[in-house]
Design a protein around this ligand. Structure first.
Ligand code: CA
Length: 427
């Protein structure tokens, strides 16, 4: 039976709106107070299945003799390749099924291998070897262009011919729950005569999906569609924190640099491409037709509902401020990967690609505060009456996401971070 079969049930109960049913089985890295060494696990319901323990008991033979799960990143497992990913997911699914007694009826094994998620600490799930960020939502690119350059030149002339991107920083990719310090930098407000150095005043979020590359490519080689499909291990939620005032002063002529290098938050559970396969949908019509090296079949997008939520320091709960969908993307993840390789740029195991901010057509489908507040000119109002254009110290920003199946959902958990005050600038 396919691990994606909607009728599958686990002996571990999962609510219909739970993120982690047996059809999901996302990978992450976790530790507990009693066993503080990080290891690889799979989220199932309110629990984590400890794969290092299962491998130690000989229950995951597909990965070979070396315990690739008794480590603090999934890179070693990913390096085994797509055939092993598939076989391992099928094995884990079988072990968790309602009708499989191995784990279900062995209380000692369950006690050793199942940890309550509430009792665990999650860690960055992979060693991020490189991070490139794209700009592939047409609605976001158009909105940002209108706000920054004006109506007439909203979409840059190259935008419809390729997925625009830039090389960002792997060193500051952090897991959900890590506080984000307001950055210092150079900025020059429009009415100021000279630039100054100080705390970012226009601190923003960007709601994106992260693509985790699990198989590398060789320098000097291109990446075709079939290869690109096989190279993608899975997806996370991703917040590309952005310092808009620093960005506006530094970006000409080489694009974003430090305005986006201080922090990027990802969700702790990597949802496999295989688990998302049932949620493929057609992407928007691409006109002009992409160059041959960028061509992909029509079902290139995924239907993943994405929520942006904000909680200020005076609020008790996060309030939704936007709902968008991964299916709105103009350029797909596979097209981004094919483009990344078209000059012969090598991709590595652990490469991370950001989709770019995901916005829809409607006013409440926008993936950044830049757009939601329209450049700061139209503050958003929160349920307690507070208003925001950009983020203030103490604000917590959260992204959630899920793909809805019949009677179950494949969820991503959350990517959250709270803003802490800037360092004092040197005088
Ligand atoms: Ca971005």
């Amino acid at each position: 039976m396919s691990p994606n079969d909607p009728s599958l049930k686990s002996f571990i109960g999962v609510a219909p709106d739970g993120d982690f049913p047996i059809q999901n089985l996302p990978y992450g890295v976790f530790s507990t107070a009693s066993a503080p060494t990080p290891r690889v696990g799979v989220a199932i319901g309110d629990h984590i299945l400890d794969l290092a323990v299962l491998h130690g008991r000989g229950l995951l033979p597909e990965v070979g003799a070396g315990n690739v799960f008794a480590t603090d990143a999934i890179n070693g497992f990913m390096a085994l390749g797509p055939a092993v990913w598939k076989a391992t997911r099928a094995r884990i699914s079988a072990l968790l099924r309602l009708d499989t007694p191995t784990l279900r009826d062995d209380a000692a094994l369950r006690a050793a291998a199942l940890v309550k998620r509430a009792d665990a600490r999650v860690h960055l799930p992979l060693n991020v070897t490189a991070f490139s960020d794209f700009f592939s939502s047409k609605q976001h690119a158009t909105n940002a262009g209108k706000i920054i350059r004006g109506e007439a030149s909203a979409l840059a002339p190259n935008w419809l011919t390729m997925p625009i991107g830039y090389n960002s920083r792997a060193s500051t990719v952090v897991v959900s729950g890590t506080p984000v310090r307001r950055p210092l930098g150079q900025r020059k407000p429009r009415n100021a005569e000279h630039p100054s150095f100080g705390p970012c005043a226009n601190l923003d979020c960007e709601l994106e999906m992260g693509v985790v590359i699990g198989a590398g490519s060789s320098m000097g080689e291109m990446i075709d569609e079939a290869t690109a499909e096989k190279m993608i291990f899975g997806f996370t939620l991703l917040n590309d924190w952005s310092a808009r005032d620093i960005q506006a002063w530094e970006y000409q002529p080489l694009g974003p640099f430090l305005a986006k290098a201080f922090a990027t938050t990802i969700s702790p559970w990597i949802v496999t491409a295989e688990a998302l396969e049932p949620f493929r949908v057609e992407g928007p019509v691409q006109d002009p037709a992409p160059f041959p090296y960028l061509r992909q079949g029509p079902r290139r997008n995924y239907d993943v509902t994405l929520d942006l939520l904000l909680k200020t320091s005076t609020m008790t709960d996060h309030a939704p401020i936007s709902r968008t969908n991964f299916s709105f993307m103009y350029w797909s993840s596979v097209q981004q990967l094919m483009h990344h390789g078209c000059t012969g740029c090598a991709m590595s195991v652990g490469d991370l690609l950001g989709s770019g901010t995901i916005s829809g057509d409607a006013r409440d489908q926008l993936g950044s505060l830049l757009e939601l507040s329209w450049g700061g000119s139209n503050p958003i109002e929160l349920p307690n009456g507070e208003k925001r254009t950009f983020l203030q110290d103490g604000d917590s920003l959260m992204i959630r996401g899920y793909a809805q199946g019949k009677g179950y959902r494949v969820g991503f958990g959350e990517a959250e971070g709270v803003i802490t005050p800037a360092l004092a600038p040197p005088v």
